[in-house]
Design a protein around this ligand. Structure first.
Ligand code: FAD
Length: 321
């Protein structure tokens, strides 16, 4: 049965997030002949319509309300609720990002809809949408089917194929009524330096307690720069104050699915694996041959990371720089 699918397009610092385009690709597979629509938020949002059209959207709703210039839970909840009711969307897809995780459950609860979070698979089977999501910190996967009513799903970034599908979208301005805001964003101070966004990075070089100090992260930083990737960390490294918690990967940190994950001095605790075990290729560098990380690694290097990482960096420099 054809479905009306709406995709929440997320703009982070003036750039649309890749996961929004991945969600549009999924939406086109789910719509089954129905409508795929997208929604852009904030003043100046119209300039992104062309980019959104490349991934297949019949209509792009543009909400250029000034209260939507930066994300706030209150304003986005109100705006999204009104839009969904107006367009009668049945399936609403968002990225499993900080924003998606915040706004999806609120809007779903207000509209009495279902929600499946952190989906790693979404398929159409006999006309029904089957959502796959990890449970027990990624040890098992659960399949969910919503046969009736509206459903929201947040999709894990970097987990769905991206397919270009140019459709000349109809642009529809929508003016939500936003009132009684309890929060106003006055300034955004970014904690991490600019660079590749960890949750969407294709290559991650991650450090654990084995890195031993803040300075110990420098060779990892250098390797990630040569590879055009991002630096991540275990909670062990964050707790030891070697790096910022914004880098933490795992059950209580970020969930990542890069093409290449290089774990340096990380033992491989279940809580860390929960955030990275879906990476396409895992390389582990650890001086303990019994470290559990080697059980899930595609390639293992038993050795001292302070010797191995600079050697790898030099080799990559020869071919990449
Ligand atoms: P360790 O376990 O101490 O491992 C350090 C590794 O470095 C060792 O294997 C050692 O052999 C190796 N090493 C040492 N020196 C060198 C060297 N010179 N060269 C090479 N290797 C070296 N953890 C997370 O990562 N993310 C989470 O989100 C998370 N959430 C949690 C939630 C809960 C509720 C709980 C209870 C725990 C959570 N943890 C999380 C913590 C987790 O259980 C582990 O304690 C943590 O992942 C360990 O970090 P680590 O691997 O860096 O440190």
């Amino acid at each position: 049965m054809s479905k009306k699918v709406l995709v929440f397009i997320e703009n982070k610092g003036g750039k649309l997030r890749n996961v929004s385009f991945e969600a549009l690709t999924v939406a086109n597979e789910l719509a089954d002949g129905g409508e795929v629509n997208a929604v852009l938020f904030g003043p100046g949002a119209t300039e992104f319509v062309q980019e959104v059209s490349q991934y297949g959207s019949n209509k792009v709703y543009v909400l250029e309300h000034e209260s939507l210039a930066t994300y706030t839970t209150d304003a986005y909840t109100q705006a999204l609720c009104q839009l969904i009711e107006e367009v009668e969307a049945e399936v609403i897809l968002l990225g499993h990002t900080a924003v998606g995780k915040d706004v999806a459950p609120r809007v779903a609860a207000r509209l009495g809809a279902g929600l499946v979070s952190d989906c790693t698979g979404v398929e159409l089977e006999d006309g029904e949408i089957v959502f796959t999501r990890p449970i027990y910190a990624g040890k098992a996967f659960q399949k969910k089917v919503f046969s009736q009513g509206k459903v929201f799903a947040t999709l894990r970034p970097n987990n769905f194929e991206l397919k270009e599908n140019l459709v000349q979208a109809e642009v529809i301005p929508f003016q939500p009524v936003i009132k009684d805001l309890r929060t106003i964003v006055k300034e955004i101070v970014r904690k991490t330096a600019s660079g590749v966004d960890l949750s969407e990075a294709k290559i991650i070089v991650s450090g654990g307690r084995g890195v031993k100090s803040k300075d110990g992260f420098k060779p990892l930083q250098e390797l990630s720069e040569v590879l055009g990737g991002a630096v991540g960390a275990s909670r062990g490294a964050c707790d030891a104050e070697f790096c910022d918690y914004a880098l933490q990967i795992g059950q209580t940190g970020k969930v990542v699915t890069p093409d290449l994950y290089i774990a340096c001095g990380i033992s491989g605790a279940i809580q860390h694996l929960a955030g990275m075990s879906n990476s396409k290729v895992i390389v582990a560098i650890n001086k303990d041959p019994e470290a559990p990380i080697f059980q899930i690694a595609d390639y293992g290097i038993v050795g001292d990371l302070f010797e191995v990482v600079p050697l790898i960096t030099e080799e990559f420099k020869k071919v990449l720089v």
